[in-house]
Design a protein around this ligand. Structure first.
Ligand code: SF4
Length: 653
């Protein structure tokens, strides 16, 4: 800056009150006693602009990616890109959405190369799932451009990204801006991203011009595919540790996926397809007497669900280390969302007058709140029933979805039920249930690097839980994208202990049941139904093999006549016990029905049923489906909600 400029600046400074009072004001005499402050400000601004060289009219930058839209006439030309959950689920979602008329492409599980791209183009300080998911998309677009030779313009015109996720009020709230920032910086400014609620939910998604109709058909197609994916995954994880020919389960799973994909795409009977899939899984030869450590995987939703580099392919590694994975299903996550709505409604019902938040109860009458609660109960039962309707035909027997109330109750003492983010209290509750009910030999908790909710739980709260419930081995691991060796070696140490536990449990089972391995093997050879890959022995201990020994031992040791006599005795005993306990049960039932909350619940249910009978089904369930769809992915994401509903460009310097 030169001396002249400095002098000029000093001349154009704003006049001070004291200048005016002393007669030193520029262009203003003390006699006037007053100054035109607006004119002074304008002059000052002009002079400053001149000095800084920004005199020309400036264009404010506005985020052009906030108002993504896809017109109906584009539907045939545009491809929806998807990924995010398990491989089977995303593959089936592709089929299901094709079935309702979209061009869809599942572009695969995100790998470490995607993570690198995420780190390159994303902001600092994000959690691992953010880097993986954002980077995965950007990398795919870069590949389309650099490897497949598509022009950037064509990519932006011909592809959109449809995404959903669920983590909670944490960095998940920043995903939306992260996607935009990374895409823009990577040269894809204007690329369209659609979040499920971007269209304002179901009700606004059916306009004539809308390219993606987020209507019930759309959501039902997705939910169907997700539940299909859930049952396929759960069954494959049950069978794989016992397969005699390595890779046989994966082969069967691929065929099953193709069968279900075809049924979803062509809208054929899905239950028939599931039954066909069952035959394929039944063809896998298994040895069910192998001691395998039942390994429950819990943790942050994305990290425990993904099957790629995002968690170092944890499930696969656990299997090679002698584990039988008990994975968390997306259906359980949906149940958690229903539980959340019900809980929040109960907690807020006395605040109705003041509760004007986005999910508040403002304007709802007493019975509306009651009906919402009743609807939640119905939704939960519907989801559980729907899950079983998919699980039974494919042969996923005796799969128990978690009891959300139980999980919340046991966790409450350690982690407030009102804390959300990550898996909330579920992570704590599941560990306790695993321990108390001998559901697993080991619980592995996966938290992504940089995840505050999950770190607080697995490093903090769970230490207290494991001290109070020492029944299960607990292994908390962190995924960061690098440091795979540390990750594997930590898991390996814990899996060694768990394997020993499983082996000892199996040996104990033979001794307790009074049979030898040879006897059990001979029995299974003669009675293949017990050695069937789909057969699940009743739960007594954590290990599947030990449970099978307990199940078949009485059949080996006793003659048919003895077993028949046993059954008769046990039936008579049950009847006797029932008769004896009836007075107590009647008293307990009377006590339950005399409680005011039971009566209230009954009134709510009756009111809901009468609504349904009067044909208000659509009114009742339309908003529910919308709410759950939104809640499942974005309810706690205030930023996303605000951005997408108001869709106002953000001006920034
Ligand atoms: S729960 Fe953790 S990992 Fe998941 S989005 Fe939130 S901060 Fe990230």
């Amino acid at each position: 800056m030169t001396m002249d400029q400095t002098t000029e600046t000093q001349k154009t400074r704003l006049p001070l009150y004291s200048d005016a009072a002393n007669g030193n004001g520029q262009g203003q005499s003390a006699a006037d006693g007053d100054i035109d402050i607006e004119a002074e400000l304008r002059a000052f601004e002009e002079a400053e602009r001149e000095r800084l060289g920004i005199k020309t009219a400036r264009r404010q930058w506005a985020d052009s990616m906030l108002t993504s839209e896809m017109k109906r006439e584009e539907r045939d030309k545009v491809t929806l890109l998807i990924n995010g959950l398990t491989d089977a689920q995303m593959f089936l979602v592709e089929g299901a959405l094709r079935g309702v008329g979209y061009n869809v492409k599942y572009f695969g599980m995100v790998d470490n190369a995607g993570l690198q791209v995420g780190k390159e183009f994303g902001n600092r300080g994000q959690c691992n799932p953010t880097y993986f998911t954002v980077g995965g998309l950007v990398k795919h677009l870069i590949d389309l451009r650099d490897k497949d030779g598509m022009s950037t313009e064509d990519i932006i015109k011909n592809y959109v990204y449809l995404t959903a996720g669920a983590c909670g009020p944490c960095r998940f709230g920043m995903y939306v801006t992260e996607y935009r920032k990374a895409l823009r910086d990577a040269g894809f400014d204007g690329f369209r991203i659609f979040f499920f609620q971007q269209q304002g939910g179901l009700s606004q998604g059916t306009g004539e011009e809308t390219g993606i109709d987020m209507n019930p058909e759309f959501f039902i197609a997705i939910v169907k595919a997700l539940v299909c994916g859930d049952v396929v995954n759960a069954l494959a994880y049950r069978i794989r540790p016992y397969e005699v020919t390595p890779g046989a389960t994966d082969e069967a799973k691929e065929e099953v996926k193709r069968i279900l994909y075809e049924a979803l795409q062509t809208k054929k009977n899905i239950f028939k397809a599931l039954y066909k899939a069952r035959k394929v899984f039944e063809g896998v030869e298994v040895d069910k007497l192998r001691p395998r450590a039942k390994t429950s995987i819990i943790g942050e939703f994305w990290a425990m669900t993904t099957e790629g580099d995002g968690n170092y392919q944890l499930q696969k590694f656990l299997q090679t280390e002698g584990g039988e994975c008990d994975i968390q299903l997306t259906t359980a996550w949906l149940l958690y969302n229903i539980w959340e709505v019900a809980r929040d409604t109960r907690e807020r019902k006395h605040l109705r007058g003041q509760d004007g938040g986005a999910y508040g109860l403002h304007g709802m009458e007493g019975m509306d709140v009651a009906k919402r609660l009743a609807t939640m109960r119905l939704a939960e039962q519907g989801l559980r029933l729907g899950f079983q309707a998919f699980a039974q035909p494919i042969g996923l027997f005796d799969y128990h979805l978690p009891d959300m109330d139980l999980v919340a109750k046991v966790a409450e003492e350690y982690y407030s039920n009102d804390l959300r983010g990550g898996e909330g209290h579920m992570e704590v509750g599941k560990l306790i249930v695993n321990s108390v009910h001998a559901k697993a030999h080991i619980t592995v908790s996966v938290k992504p690097f940089g995840c505050m909710p999950s770190s607080g739980v697995s490093d903090g709260v769970q230490s207290l839980v494991t001290a109070r419930f020492p029944g299960t081995i607990f292994c908390a691991v962190e995924t960061s994208g690098d440091g795979a060796t540390n990750f594997y070696s930590r898991v390996q140490m814990y899996m060694f202990k768990a394997r020993i536990l499983a082996e000892e449990e199996l040996k104990r089972a033979y001794v307790d049941a009074g049979v030898t391995e040879e006897e059990v093997r001979a029995f299974l050879a003669k009675n293949p139904k017990y050695g069937n890959p789909l057969h699940l022995a009743p739960h007594k201990v954590a290990g599947s093999a030990a449970n099978l020994v307990y199940e078949v031992a009485p059949l080996i040791k006793k003659t048919l006549a003895e077993r028949t006599a046993d059954r008769a005795r046990s039936a008579a005993g049950a009847v006797k016990a029932l008769v004896e306990s009836t007075p107590a049960k009647v008293a307990a039932a009377r006590e339950v029905f005399s409680r005011p909350e039971t009566m209230e619940q009954l009134r709510e249910d009756v009111s809901l049923v009468s609504d349904l009978v009067r044909g208000k089904m659509k009114d009742r369930f339309g908003p529910l489906v919308e709410k759950l769809a939104v809640k499942a992915y974005f309810e706690n994401n205030r930023e996303t909600r605000t951005v997408t509903r108001e869709a106002e460009p953000i001006a920034a310097e």
